[in-house]
Design a protein around this ligand. Structure first.
Ligand SMILES: Cc1cc2nc3c(=O)[nH]c(=O)nc-3n(C[C@H](O)[C@H](O)[C@H](O)COP(=O)(O)OP(=O)(O)OC[C@H]3O[C@@H](n4cnc5c(N)ncnc54)[C@H](O)[C@@H]3O)c2cc1C
Length: 463
């Protein structure tokens, strides 16, 4: 067990009552943790699932509670459950962790699992814009989206595109403003983003690209609450009954500033098992944290930038990571998996069983299309299509070493390529197969000629 004394901790505090916090609590009990479990939340609500907030904004008037969906009942799992008493400060030393809460209490435990997720960005001067992150946000947005209302969405990312499509489908007049040249450029790259741009027009959404929003002013006079004027950098002004800022999120770690070294993005760098790696961070305040103290700190879900055996450090923001990683973290925390952070080849040499490593995975339903993205695209990847947008279902492979002039070849002379990420569009039948390939925990190498032929199963193109 990773606690300094080599003992299983007798008390754990989980900070954050979202998906990752709930999964952590469930895994602790599932794996026999009988000690004292405290769970702190900030929303005053039991855990619920966020993806339906945008995708099923109008269809679901109630959150998808994790108690119903995953059978996780925090009231039964935790000895001390405080859903509306957020953590405000963390102190860790060699002996214990102390979490100060908003009500002024100090929760003392042997270990802490940080699972406070992320918080949506709202740039300064955009006070009149709302964001979509919580169930009450969705409720407010749902009430405002009626036929004919004017919705301006700032940001053509995952959430912006999803809401735009749903609102337009309900008869709202929707404009999406995107500072980049194409939608989802940061997430999928320029080439792919360009292929997605026509979806907006098809769905009856006006897409304005290549211009930044300067500010969002309240109003117009007499408009509904939340109405505003969106002032663009080129001086255009878009009047709206509601403005949604969908420009990304950052790890919700403001309360940890000064306690732990954070990444530039605010994330917490953790190893494969989810244990905090503060000593490796250039921002660690001079190694203030003793190794024995570090061993008490774990992080899961959106808050964590987690080491992956194939993809390296992967920032949070993936629902699937919040779903799956707590299991690995809890097993390591309880000492069930020895040396859980070691690479697989080392574990194999030590005779230890492999630890499953899920590839980063994002799914989206937007503007009438289904997307599934596995892996981590990089701007340096070579992007090649499998099938074409005109053919209905299609995909894109993000290949490493695009500049490699002497790639490895198969005996038939076909190029062997390493797939860093794969996007599937409207291809539900390929999702399971690609998930399996990307989740193997080793780089995916394919015969490129075969991989790009949509009549060949991707698994048959693996070399
Ligand atoms: C509208 C929307 C749609 C999404 N769609 C997708 C999708 O299609 N695919 C996908 O992969 N991902 C999607 N995501 C992201 C996905 O929901 C997250 O990756 C996932 O919820 C992360 O789980 P988490 O437990 O780490 O964080 P969260 O679900 O954010 O839970 C963290 C909890 O911690 C609480 N908290 C914060 N600060 C404190 C504190 N100081 N003390 C105590 N508690 C605190 C928060 O209030 C929150 O309840 C979407 C997110 C949103 C908002």
């Amino acid at each position: 067990m990773p606690s300094p004394s080599g003992q299983v901790p007798s008390s754990v505090v989980v900070v954050g009552a979202g998906l990752a916090g709930a999964q952590t609590s469930a895994a602790l009990r599932k794996h026999g943790f009988e000690g004292h479990l405290t769970v702190l939340g900030a929303e005053g609500l039991p855990p619920y699932d966020r993806p339906p907030l945008s995708k099923e904004l109008l269809k679901r008037t109630e959150p998808v509670w994790l108690a119903d969906d995953l059978g996780i009942d925090l009231t039964a799992l935790a000895d001390d459950l405080r859903l509306a008493d957020p953590a405000t400060r963390l102190e860790v030393d060699q002996e214990r962790v102390v979490v100060r809460t908003a009500s002024g209490d100090d929760v003392v435990a042997d270990a802490v699992v940080l699972a406070t997720g992320s918080a949506p960005l709202r740039p300064a001067g955009w006070d009149a814009a709302m964001t979509l992150h919580t169930a009450p946000d969705a409720e407010r947005l749902r009430a405002a989206v009626v036929p004919g209302m004017r919705l301006v969405v700032v940001g053509a990312g995952w959430i912006g595109a999803e809401v735009a499509g749903v609102a337009a489908g309900a008869g709202a007049r929707v404009t999406v403003v995107e500072a980049g040249p194409v939608p989802l450029e940061r997430q999928l790259g320029h080439k792919l983003g360009g292929l997605l741009a026509p979806w907006y027009d098809d769905a009856g959404v006006t897409l304005v690209t290549g211009v930044a929003v300067e500010k969002v002013l309240p109003g117009p006079a007499g408009g509904v609450p939340g109405g505003g004027s969106v002032v663009l950098a080129d001086s255009r002004v878009l009047e709206a009954d509601l403005v949604l800022a969908a420009v990304g999120a950052r790890p919700a770690t403001g309360w940890l500033a000064g306690s732990l070294p954070l990444e530039g993005t605010g994330g917490l760098r953790v190893n494969r098992a989810g244990r905090f790696m503060g000593m490796h961070s250039p921002t660690d305040p001079a190694g203030r944290l003793h190794l024995d103290a570090l061993r008490r700190i774990w992080a899961v879900g959106d808050i964590a930038t987690r080491e992956h055996p194939v993809f390296g450090p992967v920032p949070g923001g993936h629902w699937s990571a919040a779903l799956h990683d707590p299991e690995i973290t809890v097993r390591a925390l309880l000492g069930l998996d020895e040396r859980a952070a070691e690479p697989e080849h080392v574990r194999e040499r030590l005779g230890l069983a492999p630890i499953h490593a899920h590839a980063p995975y994002v799914f989206s339903q937007q503007l009438g299309h289904d997307l599934a993205l596995f892996g981590v695209p990089s701007p340096f990847d070579d992007v090649v299509l499998r099938g074409t947008p005109a053919s209905g279902g299609w995909g894109a492979l993000y290949l490493e070493n695009a500049l490699d002039r002497h790639p490895r070849r198969t005996p038939d002379g076909h190029r062997v390529a390493t797939v860093r990420a794969m996007l599937l569009v409207d291809s539900p039948r390929e999702v399971g197969q690609v998930r399996k390939l990307m989740n193997r925990g080793v780089p995916l190498e394919v015969d490129l000629d075969r991989a790009l032929d949509p009549t060949v199963k991707l698994k048959d193109a693996v070399v």
